[in-house]
Design a protein around this ligand. Structure first.
Ligand SMILES: [Zn+2]
Length: 182
């Protein structure tokens, strides 16, 4: 399966000059909603995530994309899905999800950049045993400091630039803001 080609065909891999949530600049951007809006297109990615997941009771993802993925994985495995929403202090499981002390949990998300959403989701979970995290696309460039194994369907090498080091800024290319707090 050529996952990168699938992204390109869906118009999910954009080229330009982007300001990321982290404040860094990049010449590529993954518009994940082009995948998640289309279940038929998302299906092979979700199926691969299932293969990468250990046996679990729950899939838990950060909003918004992670919530959709958690639901899909729960649906195809007959397990349960939950999501961690933004709160004043990172993230929170707000909906009285019935996670028990002995339950196994796999954390899922769409795109891994800094690992921040996964770290916040781990912090939000106060019951059960977290086994690992599985993401759709790993576009991280720095080492992720998280104590659980992280698997990805595929890795995409996208360089991020500090604004003062950005070659597109030097060329005067218009900067587009993408992403944001979800
Ligand atoms: Zn720039």
């Amino acid at each position: 399966m050529d996952y990168k080609k699938k992204l390109e065909e869906a118009g999910a891999l954009l080229e330009g000059h982007f300001l990321l949530t982290s404040g860094l600049h990049s010449d590529k951007y993954i518009e994940k909603m082009r995948i998640l809006e289309n279940p038929a297109l998302a299906e092979p990615f979700i199926n691969r995530m299932k293969e990468l997941s250990p046996e679990t009771d729950w899939f838990v993802g950060p909003t918004l994309g992670g919530a959709i993925i958690a639901f899909e994985l729960a649906r195809i495995t007959g397990k349960r899905g939950a999501f961690a929403e933004r709160s004043e202090h990172g993230r929170e499981l707000k909906r009285e999800f019935a996670i028990k002390d002995m339950d196994k949990i796999v954390i899922v998300d769409d795109i891994l950049t800094t690992g921040n959403s996964i770290a916040e989701t781990i912090k939000a979970i106060d019951k059960g045993k977290i086994l690992s995290a599985v993401v759709m696309i790993d576009r991280s460039s720095d080492k992720i400091e998280i104590d659980i194994p992280i698997e990805s369907v595929f890795k995409l090498h996208i360089k991020n630039y500090q604004p003062e080091m950005c070659y597109l800024c030097k060329k005067g290319v218009t900067l587009t803001k993408r992403g944001g707090k979800k």
